[in-house]
Design a protein around this ligand. Structure first.
Ligand code: NAD
Length: 265
């Protein structure tokens, strides 16, 4: 039995990585998928391959940093499919400076605002435009891709981590504000997932070290996040609201002493 049958789902940043894997997995589970990305060719390729496999999809160029694009994304979805059941806010600002954001004394204010605009405001505005439709149906699931970087301090990617922590607040607040009217909102906190974003900032030694601090044998794959997103999008998760779901190979379930004990005891 398919788990997202009759559901209409928008995914942002669906041209690559976690968003692309989610678009394919949602479609395989019966959803009609609105594949959106800043790069229209990437979105087109994903929608095309979903349709080739017998699924339903449309592609849209959407910059989540622009409210006019977001409004068009919601309007086009309603026009194409008549309803909106799932909004998956997954896009992330791709500025390469994010990886070099390690100098707190020379704080990069421009990067801070860019990350907040795309990573936080983009999702919040998408909720603003999606919610009237979901509330009218008394039914909807909103998902944000957050990060394990949001739950504790870091020594790098300051603006990225801060944006994901801010996003967690909105997830819980949207969950509280609209849950009783049938709209749920949850976040997925991925650990270390093998996507282009990871390759953009972590070298081989860092990747090996990340592997060592996880409590499973392998790094995460985009499909590991997509599978959690399917659960949150489906009615199987009807009692899950305002949750910050860590999908990180157990990386954040221990004290920081564990890798030391494992290495030396
Ligand atoms: N890969 C990881 O290890 C990891 C870990 C924690 C959290 N995450 C989160 O997972 C999500 C997906 O990341 P990914 O690893 O798949 O990255 P990715 O780079 O593969 O995909 C991100 C997508 O977002 C799109 N995008 C960028 N700016 C946009 C904009 N303004 N409007 C619309 N789309 C835009 C890009 O074109 C790209 O297709 C992000 O929110 C990221 O923060 C990833």
């Amino acid at each position: 039995m398919k788990r997202l049958i009759e559901k209409v789902a928008i995914i942002t940043g669906a041209g690559s990585g976690i968003g692309r894997a989610s678009a394919h997995t949602f479609a395989a589970q019966g959803a009609k998928v609105v594949v959106t990305d800043l790069y229209p060719d990437a979105a087109d390729r994903v929608a095309h391959s979903i349709k080739e496999a017998g699924g339903h999809a449309i592609a849209l160029k959407v910059d989540v940093g622009q409210e006019a694009d977001i409004k068009r994304m919601i309007d086009s979805t309603i026009e194409a499919y008549g309803r909106l059941d799932v909004l998956f806010n997954n896009a992330v600002n791709k500025n390469p400076e994010t990886a070099r954001d390690v100098d707190f004394i020379n704080f990069n204010e421009e990067l801070f605002h860019a990350n907040m605009r795309v990573n936080v405001l983009g999702g919040v505005l998408a909720c603003k435009h999606a919610l009237p439709h979901m509330l009218e149906q008394s039914h909807g699931s909103i998902i944000f891709t957050s990060s394990t970087s949001s739950i504790a301090g870091e020594v790098a990617q300051f603006s990225y981590g801060a944006s994901k922590a801010a996003l967690n607040w909105y997830v819980q607040s949207i969950a509280a504000t609209f849950g009783k009217r049938g709209v749920r909102c949850n976040a997925i906190l991925p650990g270390v997932i093998r996507t282009a974003a990871l390759e953009g900032w972590a070298n081989d030694k860092m990747v090996q070290a990340f592997l060592d601090i996880q409590n499973v044998p392998q790094l995460g794959e985009p499909e590991d996040i997509a599978n959690m997103a399917v659960f949150l999008a489906s009615d199987e998760s009807r009692y899950v609201n305002g949750a910050l779901m860590r999908v990180d190979g157990g990386m954040s379930c221990t004290t920081p002493m564990v890798p030391v004990v494992r290495a030396y005891l």
